[in-house]
Ligand binder design. Structure first.
Ligand SMILES: Cc1cc2nc3c(=O)[nH]c(=O)nc-3n(C[C@H](O)[C@H](O)[C@H](O)COP(=O)(O)OP(=O)(O)OC[C@H]3O[C@@H](n4cnc5c(N)ncnc54)[C@H](O)[C@@H]3O)c2cc1C
Length: 445
């Protein structure tokens, strides 16, 4: 028996990879992280504080619900998680309204989802139970929620998987980390380095091979020999890494999981002109409309004059030809349409802008996994541990390795990562998107 510590290679230095590395290095393992980008964080992507007046997030921004693990980690990192409040407004093409109305068919929706015994897609569910013209507003709200929030296609998304979210009716708390998610990533990366973890950047892993009881990970012309490998890459990238046949067969479970897309646009203005335009918008957190970029939010309760635009789901493909500059233009057009101003009026106020279509990001190829019927099926399969000699089932084979915080209504990006590290599993994940808005009162994203 060798005293040599087990050497574990982790592919990806996002939240999952860093969290896994920290736990394993603390447990006495030798850990190497291979990261394709030149930074840690992956889909957590802080922008320079000087650009927006605070460390804005081009990727993950909100802490959803209780998120106990994320909050515990933030405490450890001495970061404050601040609950956000504010009103949800909508613009129907003519009028602005504060979203405090409940849909008259709310109860019916809840009863229908509660009574479901088998799973059907959201589109089938609406066709079966809410086909009439009187339900048009409800249908619109539900479809927009599934597309915008879950980045999913209603024709594929699972009604059962979304049931809890609907029943919860958007009442989970939303919070932000002071200083953004980047603070957590910096903390984790520093902890990893302190524990001796080697982090290699610009190391795009292309293949993992097994032979003669050895594992070889190939990245950027180099070969890293090790005892085990943990893959934390987003699903589209997982499909591109050459794996030994047995591992590929296990990873095939992930082929059933979709990966939704999101466009996020940040615009910093000279002043909060929307509040000057309409004083009643002074408490606005979210603004929903049918504009091309349908969801906008403020920094409420902070006063930074920044509006963030959000467009998620399959319809983002319609804008796939646009680069970040084109997306910024569409964002400005959308605000001009909503507020009845000219494009020039709005553009004149912009002092900084950033945009990303995450489907174009070469190391993400999308935003996150929607909860779909197929995803549910895949989650029921065992998580896989890839190690020298064999693939074995994790002892949390019922999906315990999926990084969702298991407190009912929250599934945070950092959630479950520690669990994931403990069980050395990283193939299946289900991660949580942006802010949650009410399902039925008004058209949510
Ligand atoms: C726009 C947007 C907004 C979001 N908003 C929220 C939010 O408000 N709240 C929330 O909880 N979640 C949100 N999310 C989801 C959250 O960002 C993710 O769930 C989380 O960051 C995923 O962490 P991860 O480590 O699993 O994956 P990633 O962060 O994607 O990390 C994987 C890493 O693997 C690297 N990699 C990929 N391929 C290779 C390869 N071949 N070789 C080596 N390295 C590779 C990548 O570069 C990356 O660094 C959002 C996501 C997006 C895109």
């Amino acid at each position: 028996m060798s005293d040599r510590p087990e050497h574990i290679v982790i592919v990806g230095a996002g939240a999952a990879g860093l969290m896994a590395a920290r736990v394993l290095a603390r447990g006495g393992k030798r850990v190497t992280i291979l990261e394709a980008r030149e930074r840690c964080g992956g889909r957590i992507h802080p922008l320079p504080a000087a650009k927006f007046g605070y460390p804005a997030d081009l990727g993950a921004e909100f802490v959803h619900g209780e998120a106990p693990l994320t909050r515990r980690l933030a405490r450890e990192a001495a970061l404050t998680v601040r609950t956000i409040g504010g009103a949800q407004w909508s613009f129907d093409g003519t009028e602005f309204s504060r979203e405090n109305r409940r849909d008259p068919y709310d109860e019916q929706l809840h009863a229908a989802v509660k009574d479901l015994t088998g799973d059907i897609t959201v589109a089938d569910f609406l066709r079966r139970h809410f086909a009439g013209p009187e339900y048009a507003r409800l249908r619109h709200a539900v479809e927009r929620m599934v597309e915008g929030y879950d980045a999913a296609d209603p024709e594929r998304a699972s009604t059962l998987a979304l049931r809890d979210e609907w029943m919860n009716d958007g009442h989970a708390t939303q919070a932000r980390i002071d200083g953004g998610y980047g603070g957590l990533v910096d903390f984790l990366a520093a902890e990893c380095r302190r524990s001796g973890v080697a982090i290699h950047f610009s190391a795009v892993v292309t293949s993992i091979e097994q032979s003669g009881g050895k594992v070889a990970v190939r990245a950027a012309g180099e070969t890293h020999g090790c005892d085990r490998v943990i893959l934390t890459v987003p699903l589209p990238l997982l499909r591109e890494i050459a794996l030994p046949p047995a591992a590929r067969a296990k990873a095939a479970a992930s082929d059933d999981i979709g990966f939704g897309s999101v466009i996020k646009i940040l615009l910093r203005f000279t002043r909060p002109w929307w509040r000057e335009q309409r004083q009643d918008l002074s408490d606005m957190l979210f603004l929903l409309s049918d504009a091309t970029i349908p969801v906008w939010w403020t920094r409420q309760p902070d006063q930074h004059p920044v509006l963030t635009g959000w467009f998620g789901g399959p319809r983002t493909a319609e804008l796939s030809h646009l680069d970040p500059q084109g997306l910024i233009g569409i964002g400005i057009d959308s605000l001009a349409a909503i507020f009845g101003l000219s494009r020039e009026d709005i553009a004149r106020e912009v002092v900084a802008a950033a945009a990303a279509n995450w489907a174009h990001d070469p190391f993400a190829r999308g935003a996150y996994e929607p909860r779909g019927a197929r995803a549910s099926r895949a989650r029921r399969r065992p998580c896989a541990v890839f190690r020298r000699g064999a693939l074995s089932r994790s002892r949390h084979g019922n999906g315990g390795g999926c990084p969702r915080e298991r407190n009912g209504d929250c599934g945070n990006d950092l959630a479950g990562m520690r669990k994931k590290a403990r069980i050395s599993a990283g193939l299946l994940s289900h991660q949580r998107p942006p802010p949650k808005l009410n399902v039925t009162p008004g058209p949510p994203p």
